[in-house]
Design a protein around this ligand. Structure first.
Ligand SMILES: [Zn+2]
Length: 384
C-alpha cells in the first residue's frame, strides 16, 4: 500500500540532500520513503494524506526514556518545587513500587506512555530498565520494554540498591544480571555520578556489557562534572546523556569523538537545575541530540516539542538545530540512519504540524501542534 503526503507547505527533512523544501510532497511505499519532490509533480498513490499547506517533520526519535515503572512521585516533585534539592535518591521509591507491580501493570504504563508519545509525533523510542535492580526484575522490565521497541537498554546500574555494597552490586550487574538481561537488550547503560557509580565501576559495567554484545551509552555529567563523558567517548559509546556539567576537556572529547551528546532539558526543568549549554557543544563541533528522559521522578514529560522549546529558549539552540537534534540527532544517538530524517529509502515516519514551519515547535510552546502521524508509511494518528 503506497501513501502520498501532499500539499506540504514546508517539508523539514533533517537530511542534507533534501534540506527544507516548500510546496512539497512525499510518497511512501513498503514502509519507506520512495519519492520526494514538488507538490505539483507528485505521482499518484493508493492513499492520500492532504497536509493542507502545513509543515511536515520527521517523526521524533526519543533516544532516552524510562517507561517501565509503577508508582507515583508527585509528592517528591512538589517538595522539590518547594525548595528541596534533587539528588537522584528517589529512584529507589520507583524501584519498590515497580517490583511489587504485575507484568500487566508495568505493560499498561508502558503502553499508555508510548501511545501518548506517538500522538505527539514520536515514532521511535528507546526504553531502559533500571527500576528492578534484581536479576529477575531487570530481565522482566527488559522483556516488557521489548514489546514496545527494539531499542532496549539494560540499566541495572541505575542506582545501588538500599543496604547493598556498591562493589558487590557491580559484580552482580556484570555477572548474573547481565547474563539474564543481555538476550533482551540492545544497549548497556550506567548512571555514572557521585552517589551512584564512579568511573571505575561504570567502566566495568560498560565493558562487561560490550563483551556480552551490548553497545554502550552512559548517563554522564548530570549533577557533577565527573568522568562519565570522557569514559563514554573513550569506550566509543553511541551517546553520553545529560552532559549538564562539562569541563573544556569533556567538550573537546565530545567534539573529537563519535559519541553524541544527548541533552535532556526536561530533567533540568523538572528539578529546577541549570540547563546544559548546547551552544557551547555545537560551536565546538559536537553532535547533539534532544530526548525527553521521560521517567516518573526527574522528568515526567513525553513531549519532544516541549524539549525543543526548552532547548531553544534555555540552551542557545536555533529552532532548526533543535528540531534536527530531536530527529536526526536522536537517530544518530541510536546509531540509526533509517529514522530521524526523510530521504529516499528511510522509514516513512513523519508528523504533520498544525503550523506553517518547524520553528513553531519552539515558537508555540505547550501547544499541541501534531495533527497527524505516519509511521512506516501508515497513518497511525490523525486529529479529527
Ligand atoms: Zn535517564
Amino acid at each position: 500500500m503506497s501513501l502520498l503526503v501532499d500539499n506540504i507547505g514546508e517539508l523539514f527533512t533533517a537530511d542534507e540532500e533534501h534540506g527544507v523544501r516548500n510546496d512539497a510532497a512525499l510518497v511512501a511505499d513498503g514502509g519507506a520513503v520512495v519519492w520526494i519532490g514538488p507538490a505539483a509533480e507528485a505521482p499518484a498513490a493508493d492513499e492520500r494524506l492532504d497536509a493542507a499547506g502545513r509543515a511536515v517533520v520527521p517523526g521524533f526519535v526519543d533516544s532516552h526514556a524510562h517507561l517501565v515503572f509503577a508508582g507515583d512521585r508527585t509528592a517528591e516533585f512538589a517538595a522539590r518545587m518547594s525548595g528541596e534539592p534533587y539528588t537522584g535518591g528517589g529512584i529507589r521509591t520507583t524501584v519498590t513500587a515497580s517490583r511489587r507491580a504485575s507484568d500487566d501493570e508495568l505493560r499498561a504504563t508502558c503502553a499508555r506512555l508510548t501511545a501518548e508519545m506517538l500522538r505527539q509525533g514520536t515514532t521511535t523510542v528507546e526504553i531502559k530498565s533500571g527500576y528492578g535492580l534484581t536479576v529477575a526484575d531487570e530481565a522482566r522490565q527488559l522483556r516488557i520494554a521489548g514489546e514496545f521497541t527494539g531499542e532496549t537498554t539494560f540499566l541495572g546500574a541505575h542506582t545501588v540498591p538500599a543496604a547493598t555494597d556498591a562493589e558487590e552490586y557491580v559484580d552482580l550487574v556484570c555477572g548474573e544480571m547481565l547474563d539474564a538481561c543481555a538476550p533482551h537488550a540492545k544497549w548497556v547503560d550506567v548512571f555514572c555520578e557521585r552517589g551512584a557509580f564512579d568511573g571505575d565501576q561504570a567502566r566495568r559495567v560498560l565493558t562487561a556489557g560490550a563483551e556480552a554484545g551490548l553497545s554502550p551509552r552512559v548517563h554522564a555529567n548530570q549533577l557533577t562534572a565527573g568522568p562519565g563523558v570522557r569514559l563514554a567517548v573513550e569506550l566509543g559509546a553511541a551517546s553520553a546523556d545529560h552532559c549538564t556539567h562539562l569541563s573544556d576537556a569533556d567538550v573537546d572529547a565530545l567534539a573529537s569523538g563519535s559519541t553524541v551528546a544527548t541533552l535532556l532539558p526536561g530533567a533540568e526543568f523538572s528539578t529546577r537545575s541549570p540547563y546544559p549549554d548546547a551552544r557551547r557543544l555545537i560551536d565546538a563541533g559536537a553532535a547533539v541530540a534532544l530526548a525527553t528522559d521521560c521517567n516518573p521522578g526527574s522528568s515526567f514529560t513525553s513531549s519532544m516539542a516541549f524539549c525543543i522549546a526548552l532547548a531553544v529558549r534555555e540552551m542557545g539552540m536555533t529552532p532548526t538545530e533543535a528540531v534536527a537534534a530531536a530527529t536526526a540527532g536522536g537517530a544518530k544517538a541510536l546509531r540509526r540512519d533509517d529514522v530521524g530524517r526523510l530521504a529516499i529509502g528511510a522509514r516513512a515516519d513523519l508528523a504533520v504540524l498544525d503550523a506553517p514551519s518547524h520553528a513553531h515547535l519552539a515558537y508555540r510552546p505547550g501547544t499541541p501542534l501534531v495533527t497527524a502521524v505516519v509511521r512506516g508509511g501508515t497513518v497511525v494518528h490523525q486529529e479529527p
